[in-house]
Design a binder for this molecule. Structure first.
Ligand code: NAD
Length: 274
């Protein structure tokens, strides 16, 4: 470390709470060292009320960039100078870049998801996607997929606190992109079967399958799958879920959430370092 950090080292950081468990400092510091880049990445535990002071610090310390995590992603989008198209539509950002005092907010979760598909030779452009979820991860995927040229998105969610967000996402996609989005109740399993039947890809963008919802699936049984359907999980712990093991039994190509996580980080790294 004493050989790595010097008087010129540029600072990047993660802001939010809690941040102590985050893998981001390890991932980015390893990458900076690996690529011989003179940056260091820290994590700072801050709350929403402290975010104006965070932005003063970013400017004062001329930080190159960093990340925002919960609960600071929405307030960050109000405090940056500019927003990427996806971050503007979503009203949240998880990445920022400071170009000589001009701070731009980006959201890389959806970019990471779309890149992970490409990396697996899955081409959704011009096709139909059915997706369960209306939280942070699912919304980022839905907006990015619509911006990138997915033709139609059927969104399913339960009637919980995320329902209003799903309505808002559908409205924004239909208003601001060429994609046609529709919202359905995830409890309407016959509608789910119908929408999955003519979709190219099905995505579980909820926390179902991951602790504390481990062993559960948003798709009730194997009869919903057909071998040509691509089946993707956004959760990545555990790596194998009930939903994907059912899909595999039918012969579907499947993908877990690890690629999305890797490529959202890679997208941020590229924004900071080129
Ligand atoms: P969130 O809390 O913002 O959203 C939760 C979503 O799950 C909502 O749509 C909610 O309605 C749904 N949900 C909750 N309980 C449910 C139930 N019993 N039945 C059906 N739906 C239910 O969470 P998030 O940040 O969007 O994360 C969702 C999942 O994605 C988590 O497992 C998270 O770890 C994972 N994730 C993965 C990546 C990645 O890079 N792969 C990135 C972010 C999040």
């Amino acid at each position: 470390m004493e050989r790595r950090i010097n008087g010129h080292t540029g600072l990047l950081a993660l802001f939010g709470t809690p941040v102590g468990h985050s893998g981001s400092p390890a991932m980015y510091n390893f990458s900076f060292q690996h690529d011989g880049l003179d940056y260091a990445y820290m994590a700072f535990d801050v709350n929403v009320e402290q975010m104006p002071a965070v932005f003063d610090s970013i400017r004062l310390f001329k930080m190159r960039g960093g990340n925002f995590t919960m609960p600071c992603k929405n307030i960050a989008a109000e405090l940056v100078d500019k927003l990427s198209p996806a971050a503007e539509i979503i009203g949240a950002c998880n990445v920022f870049v400071n170009d000589d005092g001009v701070i731009t907010g980006h959201i890389t979760d959806g970019i990471g998801f779309m890149q992970a598909l490409k990396d697996n030779d899955i081409d959704v452009i011009g096709k139909k996607m059915t997706i369960a979820g209306a939280g942070g991860a699912a919304t980022a995927i839905e907006i990015q997929a619509a911006l990138d040229g997915v033709k139609e998105i059927s969104i399913f969610n339960i009637h919980d606190k995320f329902w209003a967000n799903a309505e808002e996402t559908v409205r924004k996609i239909n208003e601001k992109t060429d994609c046609k989005a529709t919202l359905y109740d995830l409890d309407d399993k016959e509608k789910l079967r119908e929408e999955m039947a003519d979709s190219y890809i099905f995505v579980n963008g909820t926390g179902v399958g991951m602790k504390p919802l481990e062993g559960m699936s948003v798709v009730p049984d194997k009869s919903f799958f057909r071998p040509e359907l691509i089946v993707v999980d956004v959760p990545y712990s555990p790596l194998e879920t009930k939903m994907r093991s059912m899909a595999k039994e039918v012969g579907c190509k499947t993908m877990n959430g690890l690629g999305m996580m890797l490529f959202q980080g890679a997208a941020a790294f590229k924004l900071w370092t080129g």
